[in-house]
Design a protein. Structure first.
Length: 476
């Protein structure tokens, strides 16, 4: 620790010089605690963060996702220590520490400030007195009042407007299991990342996410997948450290016992795969096995479906109860085809619209699908939706056939008809951004927050499976 270092000795002077030049040397000279334990993952992360700083100084940006089990020392490195060392070397830059809420990010920023106050004299720096606070503190020259950079904290979805940063560190972005399982919360986190944070990067930057995985569709999962769907989005390097290696060895035996790790497995396979192994999976035991769906590139999808007949099935939502709740249902139109025992899913149109706008969107989609060779639209036609069916039928008269669907059995019974196709791996889908949310909701049926996607799919696919002639269906 710094208090134990006497800079008058030559050996200690050389150690301080190395600490200025190398993050690993700095971290070992100023660890989070005297009994801090090092593991192979902590050493790898420390070395990677050293390279991130030096790449930035050389004009190269870094995009990095680090996935680590909880309580394995990641925050000590990437939130409490690395931003401090980086800003000591680059005091004119700004940094952000982001957490799932402002409080957790502020706690990390407070710890970083305390660490900075310890080491900043070595770099001729100090914390500025003007307006510096726990959640944001500025850097100044130790001798003088010239202001330099800043490190500030924010929660995902918090106030970031007007600020930019060279280094952006996102720590744990999920508060807990309920947070991770909520599609609405995952959407909110991702939206905040793309609109509030992604737009605040300096021309050369480091964007780092270092967190424990919770869900296949969590923030890290979406960012890793984003480059596959959008080549213009940068590809993030992924460092993943599972609690148990393929050969059976534990990740951090220097700190945790065999008994500790085996106790973690009591969480069950779903939680173990995500929290411990950093390899989240869709829940098992659901009716529609979306983990067996083959997602293929658009060119390949077009090739294998050139002789497949497609149609679109619409599951509607428009009643007051459906559109005014905290998390109302969606109207969903799924385009799918079926041939020789295989189902093909081309995509979906999904949104929350009032009846007039919704019916216009259905009609517009039908005209567009007609250009792709479709000849059929299936619409849920029960209760209040009969008027929508009549309206859409009228405006599409002579253009494309609109077929009513009267599902009278339970949703589970209807979707069971598709289950065998999913179970056998005979579902092929066009790769796109819709894949993850779609697979989660359909795969989560009947226990998920929403079933609109599953209902929409069953309208078209169950009809095609049962009635190859394209007639509407009614279960007695």
């Amino acid at each position: 620790m710094l208090t134990d270092v006497d800079p008058r000795t030559d050996l200690q002077v050389r150690a301080l010089v190395r600490a200025r030049d190398n993050f690993e040397a700095y971290f070992r000279l100023f660890p989070p605690g005297a009994e801090y334990k090092y593991g192979r993952h902590t050493e790898a992360i420390i070395r990677r963060m050293d390279r991130a700083t030096k790449d930035l100084e050389a004009g190269r940006s870094t995009y990095l996702v680090i996935c680590v089990p909880p309580q394995h020392g990641k925050s000590d490195i990437v939130e409490r220590r690395w931003p401090v060392w980086h800003l000591c070397r680059n005091p004119g830059q700004a940094g952000m520490i982001i957490g799932y809420n402002h409080e957790i990010a502020t706690d990390m920023n407070y710890d970083a400030r305390k660490a900075f106050e310890t080491v900043s004299p070595l770099f001729g720096l100090a914390v500025a007195d003007d307006r510096s606070a726990v959640s944001r503190w500025r850097i100044k020259e130790a001798e003088g009042e010239t202001l330099k950079g800043i490190l500030f904290a924010a929660g995902l979805g918090g106030t970031i407007t007007g600020r930019g940063a060279s280094i952006i560190v996102i720590g744990d972005y999920c508060k807990g299991r309920d947070d991770a399982e909520s599609r609405r919360m995952r959407e909110r986190r991702y939206h905040s990342f793309m609109t509030d944070i992604w737009t605040r990067k300096a021309p050369v930057h480091v964007v780092l996410i270092c967190a424990t995985r919770w869900h296949v569709d969590d923030l890290a999962g979406r960012i890793i997948k984003r480059h596959k769907d959008d080549p213009d989005f940068p590809e993030f390097e992924v460092m993943k450290f599972p609690a148990q290696a393929d050969g059976g060895g534990w990740l951090f035996p220097e700190r945790y016992s065999d008994e500790f790790y085996r106790g973690l497995k009591a969480m069950g396979p779903y939680a173990w795969a995500a929290l411990a192994q950093q390899d989240p999976r869709l829940r098992e035991g659901k009716l529609l096995k979306t983990d067996k769906v083959q997602f293929v590139d658009p060119a390949e999808f077009d090739r294998v479906t050139k002789d497949v007949r497609f149609a679109r099935g619409w599951d509607l939502a428009s009643t007051r109860a459906e559109t005014t709740s905290d998390d109302p249902d969606y109207t969903v139109g799924t385009r799918a085809g079926y041939k020789d025992g295989k189902a093909y899913i081309d995509g979906e149109i999904r949104g929350r619209w009032e009846a007039v706008e919704r019916d216009g969107i259905i009609a517009s989609a039908a005209r567009a699908d007609l250009g792709e060779g479709d000849s059929m639209v299936y619409m849920e036609t029960v209760g209040a939706y009969k008027d929508s069916f009549k309206y859409v039928t009228k405006i599409l008269n002579g253009i494309i056939s609109v077929t009513p669907c009267y599902p009278s059995k339970s949703k589970y019974a209807r979707n069971s008809i598709m289950a065998g196709t999913f179970e056998s791996g005979n579902v092929v889908a066009r790769r796109g951004e819709w894949n993850g949310p779609w697979a989660e909701e359909v795969g989560g049926f009947p226990d998920g927050d929403h079933d609109d996607r599953a209902d929409s799919l069953s309208l078209v696919l169950t009809t095609l499976i049962m009635n190859g002639d394209g007639g509407g269906f009614q279960f007695e």
